[in-house]
Design a protein. Structure first.
Length: 325
């Protein structure tokens, strides 16, 4: 028996994609696979046009007002700083249509940024996928099980949740006022993880390791997997998976790390590695103490070994680890 065509399902919407960056082309492809025809796309750069041709073959590339005119669901996947001006500019042109669904994928904003479109009678949705995109077909499999932050007025919240489920994601309802903290948390975790890998790889290369990425891979994958499992298990959270000299209370090793990294920084100019190590070691110490993984005495020795100007930690008072961060 031939499986039903997704396009034959009820409630299919003509999708217009504004911005064929890494996110827009992939989500457009995912929506089309769910049966929503992509009727038009905007693409300015050559890279965007190539991406649209690869992931949305046969879809006409048009200017933005025409994309909006043709679409029942408008997907806005432009940079954060361009979003508000784009929405307002299209409102000034009278481009928005009553009953049209307008979705943006910015993690930073909720639906307040869509106010000019809402005034024209659109249905506003903020759907942010909590993952990084390559802009290739590899991303399509990663969407399955990916969490999406969904922010919308209560009456239309189910529409946003349904769209996420259709493309294989998991909707997580997020309040408008929480979007800033939510986005900062994701950026801190993902973007700064990349910086941490870059710093570690640079130091390994200076130590004579020919392929730092290959050496770091198994170690970092195991560490990340352990931290995420511990976070999901509850209790102390991710910090329960902490290993290494801080977890052991090995202040001498931490002190030697500081010496080695300071010498490395003097030779290469990579002073951010020293600063990053000290900041994270202090945070690790404070959180390990708060979780009961190390004693107050061990925490004090660690802090003394991290840096001369770390300042005294009043461990007997049971400090909030956030204060030391």
């Amino acid at each position: 028996m031939t499986p039903p065509d997704p396009a034959d399902r009820p409630g299919r919407l003509g999708v217009g994609v504004i911005g064929s960056g890494r996110v827009g082309a992939v989500l457009g492809n995912a929506l089309r696979s769910a049966g929503h025809p992509v009727v038009a796309v905007s693409a300015i750069s050559e890279a965007s046009r190539e991406r649209a041709a690869a992931l949305l073959p046969g879809v006409p590339v048009l200017d933005i007002p025409e994309v909006v005119r043709r679409a029942e669901l408008v997907l806005l996947t432009v940079p954060d700083d361009a979003l508000a001006d784009l929405v307002r500019g299209l409102a000034d042109l009278g481009a928005w249509q009553v009953g049209q669904i307008v979705v943006h994928t910015s993690g930073r904003f909720g639906v307040d940024v869509l106010a000019p479109a809402r005034a024209a009678g659109v249905i506003p949705l903020a759907l942010h996928p909590a993952m990084t995109f390559t802009g290739t077909s590899l991303d399509l499999a990663r969407l399955v099980g990916c969490s999406f932050a969904v922010t919308a007025p209560s009456p239309v919240l189910p529409i946003g949740q349904a769209l996420v489920v259709e493309i294989g994601g998991e909707p997580v309802v997020l309040a408008e006022e929480a979007r800033g903290l939510y986005h900062a948390a994701l950026a801190h975790g993902a973007n700064h993880l990349v910086v941490l890998v870059a710093q570690a790889a640079q130091a390994l290369a200076a130590a004579g390791v020919g392929d730092p990425g290959r050496m770091l891979g198994p170690l970092l994958e195991a560490a990340l997997d352990g931290a995420l499992r511990a976070e999901s298990a509850g209790g102390s959270g991710a910090i329960a998976a902490l290993t290494g000299p801080v977890r052991r209370g090995d202040a001498g090793t931490v002190r030697e790390h500081g010496v080695a990294l300071t010498t490395f920084a003097a030779a290469t100019g990579a002073v951010d590695v020293v600063a990053g190590y000290r900041a994270l070691a202090r945070s690790a110490t404070g959180r390990a103490l708060a979780a009961g993984l190390i004693s107050p005495a061990a925490a004090q020795e660690l802090l003394d070994g991290i840096t001369e100007d770390a300042g005294a930690l009043q461990v007997e008072d049971g400090p909030d680890p956030q204060e030391d961060e």
